[in-house]
Design a protein around this ligand. Structure first.
Ligand SMILES: Cc1ncc(COP(=O)(O)O)c(C=O)c1O
Length: 405
């Protein structure tokens, strides 16, 4: 039987350079904010992963190191075991972190000045990577249904492309977030096929960021764009072990790409920045995670799902004016705080989260970080020991209770 993992244990990360903990409000020397913001988990990685890193670190030569065949094999078997998806090593390219890989793909598959289509709200570095690489954001807003699920419509994407044409933009590329951050929607096969049909009709290559793909809860299941048969040739998947095994400080991702032209362009893009090699520790971490991490991840998902359920229940019952939705995937809760923000007489989600951090001592991500479509929302990261999460939620309740007059 598998050893049980203790996800309730609170590990102090202060002083380790952890962005999640170090970027917190510290007025008057107070150092007590609970961080429920950036998508980073407060859980230690699986024990055998930690052991593998220690073992490698014990060998004191850290020279240039390429990906081993064991690295590719562990990745291929992960796709096979988790998603019944048979890939070949030839379908894979190693990249740096997921976000840098998005930047590399943007540069390799579009030209400066081009438009890049995104479906919003969406993970904010999508905007940043497009703009910082001198491309233009072409935004197709998505709709939220009454159960907190986003949907994208062909007509909206068509309108976005028409508006881009009027601006004189050509749009060769779309970035897609699957599962969706911040909304936690897990896309159905039919939706993905619709997206790829739409893109193929217009000669658009779709880049699917699937970094949250391992965090999908039953009855939903994850479909990678790479699993869509013939469609897969028109898409590039970018993913990695980072979210699933909490390796944000180690930078490794991979591309799944079958089309030879796309592959050559990406290879050239990686080489242009000399990013085609990976680094020792991140490759060992990813390899170990993919080879032996399935039972750890399965246990973690059960734990996080309960965190999500408890948090959604608590927020909806105890914090009037918040409407929290249970995500189909990811460890993030997307909550509509519009009513609460209005009741407290605050301007918007940015003022709300700012006040909550300074006075309520809990940090959330403001929804408008994900584009104007996220205005009035907040994103809550539940990937931490439950006592920490519950304390954070209690502080939200207390703070808004103190503020309302
Ligand atoms: C959709 C998405 N892509 C990429 C990342 C970050 O990936 P990396 O740290 O590997 O660049 C995140 C982190 O939150 C994310 O949510």
């Amino acid at each position: 039987m598998d050893k049980p993992f203790n996800f309730d244990e609170i590990l102090c990360r202060k002083g380790t350079g952890a962005v999640k903990w170090d970027a917190l409000d510290r007025q008057e020397g107070q150092d007590d904010v609970i961080p429920l913001w950036v998508a980073d988990m407060d859980f230690p990685s699986p024990p055998d992963l930690v052991e593998a890193l220690k073992n490698r670190a014990a060998h004191p030569v850290y020279g240039y190191t390429g990906a081993s065949s064991a690295f590719y094999e562990s990745l291929l078997s992960w796709y096979h075991q988790q998603y019944h998806l048979t890939l070949e090593s030839n379908d894979l390219l190693i990249g740096p972190g997921t976000v840098p890989s998005l930047g590399i793909a943007i540069r390799a598959l579009s030209a400066p000045g081009d438009g890049v289509l995104i479906f919003t709200p969406v993970y904010h570095p999508f905007f940043d990577m497009i703009r910082q690489n001198n491309r233009q954001v072409v935004e197709a807003p998505m709709d939220l249904n009454g159960r907190g699920r986003y949907g994208f419509r062909r007509e909206t994407a068509e309108q976005a492309l028409a508006a881009a044409r009027e601006r004189g933009l050509s749009v060769p590329l779309a970035l897609f977030c699957s599962p969706h951050n911040p909304g936690g929607s897990v896309w159905e096969k039919a939706e993905l096929e619709m997206l790829l049909d739409f893109a193929a009709e217009r000669g658009i290559t779709v880049i699917s960021d699937e970094i949250h793909g391992d965090f999908v809860y039953p009855p939903k299941s994850f479909t990678s764009l790479a699993a869509l048969g013939a469609y897969a040739d028109r898409a590039v998947v970018i993913s990695g072990a980072n979210k699933s095994f909490n390796l944000g400080g180690l930078h490794v991702s991979h591309f799944v790409v079958r089309d030879e032209n796309l592959k050559q362009s990406l290879k050239a893009g990686l080489k242009a920045l000399a990013f085609h090699q990976g680094d020792i520790f991140s490759m060992i971490a990813a390899e170990t995670a993919y080879r032996g991490g399935a039972s750890w991840l399965a246990a973690l998902k059960i734990y996080i799902r309960r965190n999500i359920e408890e948090a959604v229940r608590y927020l909806n019952a105890e914090v009037p004016g918040i409407r929290a939705y249970e995500p189909e995937g990811t460890y993030l809760i997307w909550a509509d705080a519009t009513e609460l923000i209005a009741r407290l007489g605050l301007e918007d989600d940015v003022e709300f989260t700012g006040g909550l951090e300074r006075e309520g001592r809990v940090k959330l991500t403001p929804g408008s970080a994900f584009g104007s479509r996220g205005k009035g929302f907040v994103r809550i990261n539940t990937a931490c020991p439950r006592p920490q999460l519950l304390e954070g939620l209690r502080r939200i309740k207390d703070w808004q209770g103190r503020k309302k007059r």
